[in-house]
Design a protein. Structure first.
Length: 216
């Protein structure tokens, strides 16, 4: 998926063997100057309560061996009041990252974001994030191989893209009959945006900061 603004990018296939994360555009107007407070913003619209992934436990739940368990998680407690439309991401062809956790961040600029993570099983995954899309939402995707709830420059790649306005979400983003925007991706579809810096979503959100997923 090419950058919609024509800036240089490279696809996930150009970084074989290195885990990462969505494709970019600099269509980020409206991301700054958000008036809502970060702690209290709650999603409106979208798919109403179909929010959480199956499992319902926080992504940092520990296994009996003391290691972090690969438990699906959705956290939309930090979204802006403008983020109201649900996003369903369906991934396939991620066999090279089998068993690892993939994370998706949807933001309209710091400090606002919705977060989802799920294990890659059979090369595939699916994450439903309710109330995370607004006009010109920026999406970041990465494989959290280190399992520290952050994108780690040098060890993990952040793939990214931006949506268009709600009237035309953009290539590869299809709104279904229920008003949920479906995004089907493979590693070959995803691109990076090096100008934004490592692990930074379009220059507007630092994914290298630790983002704990607290299931809702």
């Amino acid at each position: 998926m090419a950058s919609s603004c024509g800036k240089s990018s490279h696809s996930a296939s150009d970084s074989a063997g290195t885990p990462g994360a969505g494709a970019v555009s600099d269509a980020s107007s409206g991301a700054a100057g958000e008036a809502a407070s970060v702690g209290g913003a709650s999603p409106a619209g979208g798919e109403g309560g179909a929010a959480t992934m199956s499992g319902g436990a926080a992504g940092e739940a520990e296994s009996s061996g003391g290691e972090v368990a690969n438990v699906p998680c959705v956290d939309v407690s930090h979204v802006s009041e403008r983020q109201t439309t649900a996003l369903r991401t369906i991934g396939s062809g991620f066999d090279a990252y089998e068993g690892r956790m993939i994370r998706i961040v949807a933001t309209v600029g710091e400090p606002y974001y919705g977060l989802g993570e799920a294990p890659i099983e059979g090369g595939s995954f699916e994450i439903l994030l309710p109330g995370v899309l607004a006009d010109y939402t920026e999406l970041g995707v990465y494989v959290d191989t280190i399992r520290d709830d952050a994108c780690d420059p040098g060890d993990e790649i952040l793939w990214q893209r931006a949506t268009g306005p709600a009237s035309a979400w953009g290539p590869g983003l299809v709104e279904d009959a229920k008003g949920v925007v479906v995004w089907q991706i493979t590693p070959n579809d995803l691109t990076t945006f090096e100008q934004a810096g490592p692990c930074n979503i379009n220059g507007n959100f630092d994914a290298a900061s630790r983002l704990r997923c607290l299931a809702q």
